[in-house]
Design a protein around this ligand. Structure first.
Ligand SMILES: NC(=O)c1ccc[n+]([C@@H]2O[C@H](COP(=O)([O-])OP(=O)(O)OC[C@H]3O[C@@H](n4cnc5c(N)ncnc54)[C@H](O)[C@@H]3O)[C@@H](O)[C@H]2O)c1
Length: 292
């Protein structure tokens, strides 16, 4: 049975760990604090039990959970076949993690990142195996979303890229092949352009977030509107992605308004803090912001 190390047990890392275990992989889930890992394991249990109740799982939730273990450091990197990094969207941090993983992992182990915006090439250049480094950009919530962008770095070998495509398929997900490492890759480049306009319209008081979301669902057939997506992703993560893109000098992505930064400063981080563009009940029900 193949083993996977997932680095970072937040919103994305816990979801990646869950779908990997569901697909039969043995998973090591690492984060910096035991309490974060404990919460991730609780979230995974909750999600698996819901799937089990709906009859979606091939095994029991307990069997699947039994394949996930929590780790306090990166030492298990030496003993796994795949590594997926899903820590905070901060380039310095990810570069340090990649350097350490490169020291610890077996020479042929692929090192992949779930980054939304940091160039794959910058993470690869810190390693002795740039041909084995590439992007695996999942969408959240990972257990529910079917898409993964597979992003080729400048030095990623074709053989490893193809293995990445097959790995995504082994998780029951559908890959999109991104042949070049460009800012925001493909999906975030497109989403950021729409989100930038939506945030500006709301900040100017022209329209409410709920009406934008309704409009995008009814008018363009989106399954969720941009503010629903951003609240789910975390506005702090959106701000970090925006910042990383600005640093790359991708001028077309420069925000028109600083509303997201202002909201993050007020602790309005989206679903994770119970308030963002919407507010959320303890059970996770979404409600308009105004009717407090
Ligand atoms: N939120 C989304 O919808 C989304 C979608 C696609 C990709 N991503 C990307 O996934 C990554 C994680 O995002 P998230 O939303 O899960 O964030 P998150 O804040 O929920 O989780 C990040 C986790 O990284 C951990 N971490 C920090 N330093 C670490 C270290 N040195 N070693 C191990 N873990 C460490 C934190 O403790 C935290 O639990 C980011 O790169 C983000 O851009 C996010």
């Amino acid at each position: 049975m193949q083993k996977i190390l997932v680095v970072g047990a937040g919103f994305m890392g816990s979801g990646i760990a869950q779908v990997s275990a569901q697909a039969g992989y043995q998973v090591r889930l690492m984060d910096i604090q035991t309490s974060i890992i404990d919460k991730a394991l609780m979230d995974i249990r909750w999600s698996l039990e819901r799937f089990e109740a709906k009859g979606i799982l091939k095994e029991s939730a307990k069997e699947i959970l039994g394949r996930i273990s929590g780790e306090k450091d990166l030492s298990s990197a030496s003993d796994v076949d795949w590594i997926i990094e899903a820590a905070w969207e901060k380039e310095d941090l990810k570069r340090r993690i990649f350097q350490e993983l490169d020291q610890l992992a077996q020479p042929n182990t692929p090192l992949t990142t779930n980054t939304s915006s940091i160039p794959i090439n910058r993470l690869a250049e810190n390693t002795r195996r740039p041909e084995r480094v590439f992007g695996l950009h999942f969408f959240g919530p990972v257990p529910l979303m079917g898409l993964v962008e597979v992003i080729k770095g400048e030095k990623t070998s074709q053989e490893i890229f193809e293995k990445g495509i097959a790995f995504v398929q082994s998780l029951g997900k559908t890959p999109i092949r991104v042949e070049r490492d460009i800012p925001g890759f493909v999906m975030n480049r497109i989403f950021s352009a729409a989100f930038r306009e939506a945030v500006d319209l709301v900040d100017q008081g022209i329209v409410s977030p709920e009406e934008v979301d309704l409009g995008m669902r009814l008018g363009y057939g989106w399954k969720a509107g941009p503010f629903e997506i951003a609240d789910n992703a975390g506005l702090d993560t959106c701000a970090q992605i925006g910042q990383a893109m600005r640093v790359l000098g991708a001028g077309y992505l420069a925000p028109r308004s600083n509303l997201i930064d202002r909201m993050v400063a007020q602790g309005r981080l989206g679903r994770k803090s119970g308030k963002g563009f919407y507010r959320y009940s303890l059970e996770g029900k979404r409600m308009p912001w105004e009717n407090k």
